[in-house]
Design a protein around this ligand. Structure first.
Ligand SMILES: [Zn+2]
Ligand SMILES: [Zn+2]
Length: 144
């Protein structure tokens, strides 16, 4: 009768254990719904402000998944995700400036941050290239 885990993104519950959570958070449906959630509903600037305090999750980079899932204190965004979010943040930022509805944090210099983040992404890409691309997103049991 253990506690059940509820996934906000998928609106689903399942018995809460690490195996289930891991299977769920690396599932295709979950990944798509989560991405949809962030790309559609979340203010990209807020998201970037959150992400700027996080380092990329080593576990996620090495294994292609991380059992902490959404609760991980490190970032699980791929460079592709981040580039999309950054683009949306920049578009949002420009739009907000143009319409003078600028209620985001003015101390946050998005261009500066983007530069820093892209530097970080570049070193992450180098790490990725050192790992075999074919192994990167496979669970260990499926690796050759
Ligand atoms: Zn889910
Ligand atoms: Zn993680």
């Amino acid at each position: 009768m253990g506690r059940r885990y509820y996934c906000n993104y998928c609106d689903k519950t399942f018995p809460n254990n690490s195996q289930n959570r891991r299977n769920h958070t690396r599932g295709i449906q979950h990944t798509m719904l989560k991405r949809l959630y962030y790309t559609k509903f979340k203010d990209p600037m807020l998201l970037l402000q959150e992400e700027q305090t996080k380092r990329f999750c080593n576990k996620f980079a090495q294994q292609g998944y991380c059992e902490f899932g959404d609760n991980c204190k490190y970032s699980h965004y791929t460079n592709e995700d981040l580039i999309n979010i950054i683009q949306r943040a920049q578009e949002d930022y420009i739009r907000k400036q143009n319409t003078l509805e600028n209620n985001i944090n003015r101390d946050f210099d998005v261009n500066r941050w983007v530069e820093d983040k892209l530097n970080g992404i570049n070193s992450y890409v180098q790490t990725q290239q050192q790992l075999s691309m074919s192994q990167l997103h496979m669970p260990p049991s499926l690796r050759p």
